[in-house]
Design a protein around this ligand. Structure first.
Ligand code: FAD
Ligand code: MLT
Ligand code: ZN
Length: 475
């Protein structure tokens, strides 16, 4: 029987209210939901569904299961691998946008937990936790628009993983609606629970392919009262790895962030954000942005950072360094780091990589890759930056001058093969934090073992036998 779009939309509208079912046929503009953040993928959707609570998500999932409609969970749509937007062809696809489910149910300062709906914006949770004297440590450039559900579904990383771990390390409990509409209540704030399989782990990092996350209980930490930020110039990545070891040894648990920024990345930011100050007296091939935080006073922490950095200068594991004198200067240093993503987007064609390796192997990887890239793709401009403290680099490759973005995108397969084969040869990962989505799906067969893929497919079939959840992503 042919699919009856109007009847389906009418049923969905009866379930959650007409205003909350957007569709192109009645003139709603769906483009903000159907196009990915990087503007590289756009396909039509049957509808954008905006439920108000878990009960409405259940009702919509039952309707989808009955009618064979695919469901794409969507948070802030800031993901980097086009996992939250429709794919070409296949069955009708509805986007399930969680933005209306943005309540913070509870901040429990004694248990150090927050329980929130999936559509809560990350920045909102960070601000509410701070008002209660607590820190929710996940922090990333998109925090003003990405949602907790999206952060969990992508197992997001960000700039504090060094100290607090990925999103997976921050989740204690989940509520999930399964593809058949059943509600799985795993919403517990326990730090210890060994009663069988840890089911929540299936949904963390699953990119919406196994169920809809509707709520979560996450860990909070005492809010630090002091922070200190430094920016250093270095000759090589090997020196940066030595600096990491030396600073961790001196600063211990206080050391929270260690971000690598190449000289070319700094130049790119200064081209598109001309107000960015020259932070060091001369241009270095590599830089590191570091942050430490603790529960004491700013002055004492700053002195400890200064002493540690001076010792590193004497030992030769850093060449030049500037220490922020106050919060405002610290923010300026961070905005340079955060603007790299935006500068690359403004610059046009770039092929993004999101790789991880054991930290000890990163210098050899970069030193081998840079000349190989330049030789294989003359004029290509590597823009390297990222979370060196976690062994995770954004080894991006911008188009040679004069090459149109579309022409450069056509080289994606060849550039990826060069970079990803080298990563795989060193037993690294081709996606450390952004995920697979539709962007890297076709590469899974080359970089995962047959046994890994088989187990993934068996889990997928067990939880989603109809293949309704986010088809065409990951597997
Ligand atoms: P979306 O993009 O909407 O969705 C992402 C995936 O999660 C999709 O597969 C979607 O189907 C699924 N999903 C969303 N909500 C749910 C739900 N409730 N239930 C089930 N599945 C769901 N990422 C990092 O890891 N580290 C960074 O440092 C970082 N920095 C960034 C900086 C910028 C400027 C930008 C634009 C992005 C950055 N990202 C980073 C990528 C992105 O912000 C993260 O992946 C984020 O976690 C995605 O959240 P979202 O709400 O936007 O999810
Ligand atoms: C980052 O580290 O800034 C993010 O992962 C986004 C990006 O890859 O640019
Ligand atoms: Zn990143």
């Amino acid at each position: 029987m042919a699919f009856d779009t109007q009847a389906w939309l009418a049923e969905a509208r009866a379930l959650i209210g007409s205003a909350h079912v957007l569709s192109a046929d009645r003139g709603d503009d769906l483009s903000a939901y159907t196009r990915d953040w990087r503007g590289k993928f756009q396909e039509p959707a049957l509808a954008v569904l905006r439920p108000a609570d878990t009960g409405e998500v259940q009702a919509l999932m039952r309707l989808a299961a009955r009618s064979g409609v695919a469901v794409i969970p969507q948070g802030g749509n800031t993901g980097m691998c086009a996992a939250s937007v429709p794919v070409p062809g296949g069955r009708p696809q509805a986007i399930l946008q969680l933005g209306r489910m943005d309540r913070i149910f509870e901040i429990d300062p004694e248990n150090n937990t927050a329980t929130v709906q999936a559509g809560c914006i990350l920045q909102t949770l960070r601000e509410r936790a701070a008002a209660a004297g607590r820190l929710f440590p996940l922090s990333l450039g998109a925090e003003g628009s990405c949602q907790i559900g999206g952060n969990i579904a992508t197992n997001a990383g960000g700039v504090q993983v060094l100290r607090y771990g990925n999103m997976r390390d921050l989740v204690l409990g989940l509520e999930v609606v399964l593809p058949d509409g059943e509600r799985l209540d795993l919403l517990r704030g326990l730090r210890k629970d060994n009663t069988g399989y840890d089911l929540k782990q299936f949904f963390i990092g699953a990119e919406g392919t196994l169920g809809v996350i509707t709520a979560a209980t996450v860990k909070l930490f005492p809010a630090p009262s002091a922070g200190s930020v430094a920016f250093a110039g270095l000759d090589s990545i090997g020196q940066a790895v030595r600096l990491l070891g030396a600073m961790r040894a001196r600063m211990g648990e206080r050391f929270a962030a260690f971000e690598l920024i190449s000289g070319d990345a700094v130049d790119l930011v200064r081209r598109y954000f001309p107000d960015t100050p020259a932070l060091l007296e001369r241009r270095w091939p590599w830089h590191v942005l570091m942050e430490a935080a603790d529960g004491g006073g700013d002055e004492a922490l700053r002195e400890a950072m200064q002493a540690a950095l001076m010792a590193c200068l004497e030992e030769g594991c850093v060449e030049d360094v500037v220490l922020a004198g106050n919060l405002g200067q610290g923010r300026t240093l961070w905005s340079l780091r955060e603007n790299i993503t935006h500068a690359q987007q403004m610059d046009g064609g770039n092929i993004k990589h999101d790789i991880s390796l054991p930290i000890s192997r990163i210098p050899a990887f970069v030193e081998r890759m840079l000349p190989q890239l330049r030789q294989s793709f003359p004029g290509a401009r590597p823009i390297v930056y990222g979370h060196l403290g976690d062994g995770n680099l954004h080894f991006n490759v911008s188009a040679p001058a004069g090459v149109a973005p579309a022409a450069w995108q056509e080289r994606t397969g060849a550039v990826n093969r060069l970079v990803h084969d080298a990563v795989a040869a060193m037993r690294g990962s081709i996606s450390a934090e952004h995920g697979v989505g539709q962007l890297k799906r076709h590469e899974m067969a080359s970089y995962k073992t047959a046994a890994e893929l088989d187990v993934m497919r068996r889990i997928k079939r067990a939880l989603d036998p109809q293949g309704l959840m986010n088809p065409g992503k990951v597997l």
